[in-house]
Design a protein around this ligand. Sequence first.
Ligand code: 2AM
Ligand code: CA
Ligand code: CA
Ligand code: CA
Length: 263
Amino acid sequence: MTNWRDIDLKAKQWVSEAGEIIRQSFKTTLTISTKSNPNDLVTNMDKDIETFFIKKINETFPDHKVLGEEGQGDQIDSTEGVIWIIDPIDGTMNFVHQQRNFAISVGVYGDGVGQIGLIYDIVHDELYHAFKGKGAFMNDLKLPMLEEVELSEAVIGLNATWVMENHRIDHKLLTPLVKAVRGTRSYGSAALEFAYVASGRIDAYLTMRLSPWDFAAGLVILDEVGAGTSTVEGESIHILSPSSVLVGRKNIHTKILKNYLNV
Ligand code: 2AM
Ligand code: CA
Ligand code: CA
Ligand code: CA
């Protein structure tokens, strides 16, 4: 039988150690390169931190699999077994430009079911964590279940990209939503946006293109506070596939799907 408590302890220990490595890296010079386009950045630290996790996991749990953004983990085509889904640095552009507003994101799934979610905001020393069925926390503080708010009093996480012409969504759909809400924010780290929805700092988050390592941890944490989570088509998010994502307080999630995304 899988000992999820033991996995949780180790995951937290390694996230904390990885955070310290990243903190130390502020004193050194980063090597920065680009991936899919000139604005898609990656640094030596993204790769080093992913390698750090893979080494620890392979040594301690040789039968577990790892899926990481930088591609040094396993080739995975089934949700069977224990899979660690890791984004070593989520918000690399912020890491490079601001040295803040980025996080380590670690989700651990068993046969496709999210069991552990950790999002660590290193600079603020804020660890958002959840263990399936045991609630979500920010450090030692238990996060309350999310309550309803009026859309007119909601602040939503939304990148300006999706309100301009783009090939993923009819941008005209979102203009009325931007008008209806109290305000919009874009933090540049999907993991932190999930953590902020979970902790009530924002009321929803909508984005058109994320990968498993962006949402694996966030979805576990959001489940524990009773958030609504789906694709923008209102379907459930598949844990191993790229996806659009809409998460938020249940009533806001439903309202955005029905009244703005025409689901
Ligand atoms: P990353 O920093 O780990 O790459 C930025 O808006 C958010 O979207 C970040 O969480 C970023 O994760 C994520 N993202 C996903 N795909 C991306 C891409 N192709 N280019 C830039 N950011 C991407
Ligand atoms: Ca990236
Ligand atoms: Ca990411
Ligand atoms: Ca990343």
